[in-house]
Design a protein. Sequence first.
Length: 188
Amino acid sequence: MLIFPEYFTAGDTVKFTSSLNLYSNIEYDLKFVVVGIDRIDVTAVPDSNSHSDWLSTIPATDSDVTPGLYKWQALVFAKSNNTRTTIKWGTCEIKPSLTSITGSLETRTLLEQALADTRTAIAALMASGNPVFSYQIKGRNVQYYTMAELIQLEKRYIAEIKVEKRKEKIANGLINPAYTRSRFFRTR
C-alpha cells in the first residue's frame, strides 16, 4: 500500500514506508513530487528486507516550507529504460511550526470562528430588539438573518465542530468517542 502522510509540520523530519506489490524495488525507483506554495522532491530508498517496500525521508531542511495545502504525486521509474508511471496522487497539509511563530496565532478553526461570529450576531440581535431584517437606502439593499436562521446556523456549526474534533482525535490516535467498548465474560 502506498502511504504518504496526510499532514506534517513544517521543519520536521518526516519518515514513511511505502509498499507496492506491482513494482519491485529491484526493477523500479520510487519518487514523490510535492507541490504547493513551494516544492519538495523525495526519492524513496529500497528496503533491504523486502522487494516491494521503500523507505522515504523528507529531511527537516526540505520540509521547512511555507505551510498550506500541497498536492503530491507518486512516480515509479523503470531502471531499465527510465519509463515514468504515475501511480498515485493526493493532497497533503503542511502545518506551521509553532517554534517559528513570533506573534500571535489564531488557534480556532474556521468553523469555531464562524460559530463565535454567529453567537455575536445572536447577542446583537437580542440586545437591539430590532425586528427590521432588511431595508433599502438609495437603491442599496441590506438584509439580516432572522433569529431562527441564526439559531439554525449555530446548531449546524456546533454539529460540524463535533465531527471535526472527532476526526482530530482519531488522527492523533485517540479513541473514537462514537465507539462503545464492552467486554463479555463467560459465566460457568
